[in-house]
Ligand binder design. Sequence first.
Ligand code: NAD
Ligand code: UDP
Length: 311
Amino acid sequence: MNKRILVTGGAGFLGSHLCERLLDAGHEVLCVDNYYTGRRSSIAHLLDNPRFEIMRHDICFPLYVEVDEIFNLACPASPIHYQFDPVQTTKTSVHGSINMLGLAKRTKAKIFLASTSEVYGDPSVHPQPESYWGNVNPIGPRACYDEGKRCAETLFFDYHRQHGLKIKVARIFNTYGPRMHPNDGRVVSNFIVQALKNEDITIYGDGSQTRSFCYVDDMVSAFIALMNSGDEMTGPVNLGNPDEFSILELARKVIEMTGSRSSIVFLPLPADDPQQRRPDISLAKSALHWEPTIRLEAGLVRTIEYFRSIL
Ligand code: NAD
Ligand code: UDP
């Protein structure tokens, strides 16, 4: 059945891929974005589709539209962007979620939250299962994002318990792929852009910190599987690729795959940078019958190709 689906943050990296996939499945898609980090160029190729509509709007303000489902993705995701205006970041997660939950309550729409592995902070449990409550510094430079998302999760579960809303809370781990902004500041895009320009590859700290990288197509499949799961499946559910790499390994891989002449330089580690991160995806596997299928090398090939084409 074709549905009317709202995607907030639809002009962003993940949002643009999600809009595309929902249109391909025959749905009507309303993309709402204030272009804080998103770009119209990311969705320009969708504009000719009569089932696609875009609206410039900041979700910190109420929105009155009629929809069947809401994917709430709006929020800057890269540390340099979410720390640029931290108050706005928290407002987007908290006021934005309240507005979208209010919209879901009025329209009886099912609502999805793009939460994050950052709710686990610098984890003392490894890999991270959903039952782990996290180790977050509430007053550090990452708190505007981490605590904003934690409060958004609280709001989703309170609207579920208090008002019976159908909620879907996804804890997303590092995701990469084409259409990341070249100046986004996240590690995969930074390293590829630096390598292609033969500039120094900037490792923060000694590069021993780990991350687990999921390719965007796998992540979008998980979003859709979660949204289409039974109402009892509220989450939170970890979504990510459990293959774990150190940042130094990633830098070496990118240099090798691009044939770059770049050197690696070591810069100071930002405050509260998590030392390790890997999702336990047992729940996603059993409840959504989902697991990632694209290995890091294969995803990097496509991402490098994309950055080569735009640089
Ligand atoms: P992105 O920065 O590319 O996209 C975010 C989009 O939200 C942008 O288009 C931006 O303009 C828009 N936006 C920001 N504030 C807004 C507001 N107040 N009103 C309307 N639009 C607003 O980031 P992304 O990587 O696509 O992330 C999408 C979502 O997924 C975010 O909520 C992020 O926290 C979450 N997430 C992403 C990752 C990842 O690795 N990519 C990991 C964990 C969580
Ligand atoms: N990082 C790095 N060099 C860069 C960008 C990031 O070494 O140019 C490191 C960063 O300190 C962190 C990891 O790579 O340890 C992942 O950073 P990113 O900003 O992509 O996401 P995070 O998982 O920290 O939110």
